[in-house]
Each structure stands twice: as structure tokens, then as C-alpha cells.
Design a protein around this ligand. Structure first.
Ligand code: ADP
Ligand code: MG
Length: 341
């Protein structure tokens, strides 16, 4: 309901911070907007003029919005077959979709295999139950409850990603199990940020940061200082802005999955939104896991994957991937870094 009301009020705040950078022609600008991927998007960039930056930010906004609508599992949009359409047609019929859905779902299969099933785009049946209990628990904290385990186990029988049939030739997706559904919450944001970064770069956005709810992708380096972008990693036990570390990014991404992002409280305990396929309950290995690598889609998928696996398994996976680093924050606050971090 809240989402519906919010959806009609499209808020777009542009903050133009035109502090001149001494001796440089380009200036730093910032834009911020809400309602895409249900989170806050921030763009920072160096541009020759305010008008040029506005054009770039508008393009990034509009393109992200297209991706959001395609990957949305909660809302329908006029004239668009999106993930909700695919879910609604589960067990009934293949759905003709945009190539951007096909490509993202092919990628989701790849990361399913890479993560040994720890990130599963076909996990919707289980995630929907947690989503509904969480929303209910946030709305009425006094009534907050945990989902019954029997219900979770029953739903987990309908999460077989091999039953997501992608027909590339005909551009269709068909879920053959009527009780299954897709949820790309762990992948789509990062994937979209990566694609949008490429489009923005092609359009002349050569120095900037795009952050969609903390999924950060940097483009080029900071034009004023000629140095990489510096991005903080939040202390999962602290407040926003309380960082445990900073990383330098140049044409790279930083994505974090953590217990603090989305959760509800039952009997004084925090139940967050990343569900371990082995227990069907929120994963209990870490407070957060951050991934640093070039591709923001991979970073997003890996951050959720590693969050759902023991340290040793995640470490082995990260060490097997070139130019990909991880930072694990344990529940007791201890921090570990991958070898080449
Ligand atoms: P965020 O979206 O908050 O940045 P993540 O990238 O870790 O965090 O994604 C969390 C979302 O991914 C959840 O809200 C849910 O939609 C989905 N999800 C949770 N557990 C899994 C899982 N095991 N496999 C696939 N998707 C998951
Ligand atoms: Mg993720």
C-alpha cells in the first residue's frame, strides 16, 4: 500500500554541488533519486557543465527505471512483460520477454552454479513467505512471528532452477512448476548497475560513481585529483556513516550484503532478509560480506552467495576467481580479508 502511494509521487532530488575544482574545467555534481529498486540511488560525477551532468543523470535514471520495471516481481507495468508476468504464468505458458530479462536470467543460472546454489533466482517460493512475515512484522511489531518451518520446507520443494526454461531463440521464459517463482533481489540491482554504467560511459559519463542502495559502481577515476574513488564499507553493527574500512575503486564495484539492510524483530531477535537455502532461515555466518570486483552484477551475486556459506567455502570460491576480493565481518566483529585485498 505504502509502495503504491509512493509510486505516484515520483520524487527526484538533484543536488548540484558545483564547487569548482581549482585549475580544472570539470566540476563535481551530485544527484539523488528514490523509488528505483525500492531504494536510494546516488550519482556523483565530474562534468563540464550542470546541463551536461543533468543530461547524464537523467539518462542513468531513465535507464535504471527501465531495468527496475523489467526485473520487478511485485508490480505490473502497461505494455511490459516483466518478472511478475513470468511468475504469474508459472505452469501455464512461456512469456515473451525483453532481451535484458533473458540475459539477466542466464547470468543468474551461471551464479547459481558458481555459488553451489547459495544464490538461487528460483528461490521465490521460500523468499515470498519470509517477505510476507517480515512486512507484517514491521507493520505490527507486536504481532511479529516466524514463518512455520513446515511451510518453508513445503515451499522449498518448488525452487528448482532447472525448471526455469529460457528459450533464447524465441525470447521466452517459462517456469514449468506452477508453484515456483523468481526473486532476483540478490542479483538484479547489481546487474542493472553494471549495464547502466556501460551505457552511461558510452554516452560520455567518464568519471563518476553510481550507487543503487549501496551497490556501488565507479566509472573512471576522480577527475579533480586523478585518484581512484574512495568508498566506505559500513560497520554492520554501527550506524550509517560509521565505516570499518575504505576501498579505492577505479572502474570497479563494491557490493555488501548484511544483516542490517532489511530485517524484522521477533522475540528480540533480528531476522534479516538473506535466506540460507540449507536451513531456510536467515544465514548466520556473518554480519556482512563485501565483494570488490569489476562487474557489479557479479559483486552483487557473490556478496549474497558468500553471506550464505561458511568462511572456508567462500574463501575458496573467491581465491578461484581472478581480480575478485572479499571482506567478511563476523558476528563478533572480527574482520577477514581475501589474500589480495
Ligand atoms: P540487498 O538487496 O539488500 O543489497 P542482497 O543483494 O544480499 O541485499 O539481496 C537480498 C535479497 O535477495 C533478498 O531481499 C531476497 O529478495 C533475495 N535473496 C535472499 N536470499 C536469497 C538466496 N539464498 N538466493 C537468492 N536470492 C536470495
Ligand atoms: Mg546480492
Amino acid at each position: 500500500m505504502v509502495k503504491k502511494i509512493a509510486a505516484v509521487i515520483i520524487i527526484m532530488i538533484m543536488i548540484f554541488n558545483s564547487t569548482a575544482c581549482s585549475g580544472q574545467e570539470k566540476k563535481r555534481y551530485e544527484a539523488e533519486f528514490v523509488l528505483i529498486f525500492d531504494t536510494v540511488t546516488q550519482i556523483v560525477g565530474y562534468s563540464e557543465s550542470r546541463g551536461e551532468f543533468t543530461r547524464q543523470a537523467q539518462l542513468i535514471h531513465d535507464t535504471l527505471k527501465e531495468y527496475h520495471q523489467l526485473y520487478d516481481i511485485y508490480n505490473n507495468y502497461d505494455g511490459i512483460n516483466n518478472l511478475k508476468t513470468i511468475n504469474d504464468q508459472a505452469g501455464k505458458a512461456p512469456v515473451i520477454v525483453d532481451q535484458r530479462i533473458i540475459d539477466m536470467l542466464l547470468f543468474s543460472k551461471e551464479v547459481y552454479d558458481l555459488s553451489d546454489g547459495k544464490v538461487n533466482a528460483a528461490f521465490g517460493a521460500v523468499l515470498k513467505i519470509w517477505h510476507d512475515y517480515r512486512e507484517e512484522g514491521i507493520e505490527s511489531p507486536e504481532k511479529a512471528e516466524l514463518p512455520p518451518i513446515d511451510l518453508l520446507i513445503e515451499s522449498s520443494k518448488h525452487t528448482d532452477i532447472s525448471k526455469m526454461i529460457i528459450d533464447e531463440e524465441n525470447s521466452t521464459v517459462f517456469l514449468t512448476d506452477p508453484a515456483m517463482s523468481l526473486d532476483v533481489g540478490a542479483i538484479a540491482k547489481g546487474y542493472a548497475v553494471q549495464e547502466v554504467s556501460k551505457i552511461a560511459l558510452k554516452n560520455g559519463f567518464t568519471s563518476g560513481l553510481i550507487s543503487v542502495g549501496g551497490n556501488v559502481r565507479s566509472i573512471g577515476i576522480k577527475e579533480d585529483t586523478g585518484t581512484p574513488w574512495k568508498v566506505g564499507i559500513q560497520n554492520p553493527m554501527g550506524q550509517e556513516g560509521d565505516n570499518i574500512s575504505h576501498v579505492n575503486l577505479s572502474n570497479a564495484s563494491l557490493v555488501t550484503s548484511g544483516i542490517y539492510e532489511r530485517y524484522y524483530i521477533v522475540d528480540g531477535r533480528n531476522y534479516h532478509h538473506i535466506i540460507d537455502p540449507d536451513t531456510l532461515f536467515p544465514a548466520e555466518y556473518f554480519a556482512s560480506v563485501s565483494i570488490l570486483c569489476s562487474d557489479s552484477g557479479l559483486a552483487d551475486a557473490l556478496s549474497t552467495s558468500l553471506f550464505n556459506m561458511p568462511f572456508e567455502q567462500g574463501q575458496a570460491l573467491i581465491e578461484s576467481l581472478p581480480d575478485t576480493e572479499a571482506i567478511w565481518v563476523f558476528l563478533d566483529g572480527k574482520i577477514k580479508y581475501s589474500t589480495n585485498y
